[in-house]
Ligand binder design. Sequence first.
Ligand SMILES: Cc1ncc(COP(=O)(O)O)c(C=O)c1O
Length: 393
Amino acid sequence: MPVPAPTSPALRVPRSGIRTLMDLALRDPDALHLEIGEPDQGVAAHVVEAAAAAGRAGRTGYTSSTGLPALRAAVADRVTARSGRATSPDDVVVTHGAMHGLAMTFQAVLGPGDEVLVPDPAFPNWAMAATAAGATVRTYPTRPEHGYVPVAAEVAAAITPRTRALLVCSPDNPTGAVYPAAVLAQLVEIARRHDLWLLSDECYEAITFGVPFVSPAAFDTDGRVVVVGSVSKTYGMTGWRIGWVATGSHELLEVLGHLSEALVACPSTVGQVGALAALTGPQDGVDVAVASYRERRDAATDLLAARGLGFTRPEGAFYLLVDVEDDDTDGFAQRLLASRHVAVAPGATFGLQAAGRVRVSLAAARPVLLEGLARLADEVVAARAGRAEAFAG
Ligand SMILES: Cc1ncc(COP(=O)(O)O)c(C=O)c1O
């Protein structure tokens, strides 16, 4: 029997080029890994202790499919504080990471043939999850010449009669763009005018470099902005798999709780206890990590500028798009790995607007980051010299 079944949406789920490159890089023991978004700050001791204590005390059974009440309350406080939109524990569903929250939201608000608009360039997993839900993915451009901040008119122009949802991500992966309040207000207005859900992926809300984080929920007047977040990036807890969805729509919450029960029964109980400790405990580890990403951003961009390479200076998250002067970014990334043992994510995997660029993770250890970028610059400069020679010849 054919697998996937001929009518399964799984047939159409695209592959992420980040994974392909990572799998290749894992076969090279000397590889410097700049391809993945894995925070390096380590998990705070009080978080580990809270989870271990829960384990020792036998707090390891199922929770409600919508999550521990105390964690829902902590998330509600956080969303209220960060977005300015009053959010109660009843507006929150705890999920198995932000991606699980987004995937369920796609399933809940999109039917077969319905369209979701995501930015170009985009984190590939959005299209993977939306396609798995049977939906169709379209893009709106965010352009390097605008610092990868969308232009409202271009977003509006991408809407069709089948569009049901608009996804926004600030701070953004892969561009590091942090959208200004005025742009977010315009996007919420567009969503209102076209009666769309606005899905706000806020995984990187805590990681900005001297510019304010603004949530589109701040401009929500009628419950159409759905906030999705997690402890993965802020607290270096990617493998703990705890995230959330916060929405004023109780119909949506009802469906998400129901889907969660069907799919995962509940998020991991010890993971939830750890997430609660992370959200309610000391935050100094977060400040240290953000300062460190910022310092690495500055060192990385200084190095690239000194070598004459183009880049877009990120204002948040922990990624840097570097212009490698080669439209075949898959080929470039494979060559860089094979010849100089540096793994980067090819721009092609994120979309047309990342053409000629590769994504570098600023979460790599500083010496690894700077050595990797120096070798990347060597590769670009050598290719440039090769092209000049061929032209002269
Ligand atoms: C923009 C964005 N959203 C969601 C996720 C996934 O987050 P989580 O680990 O909470 O599922 C990532 C991880 O890289 C991301 O970059």
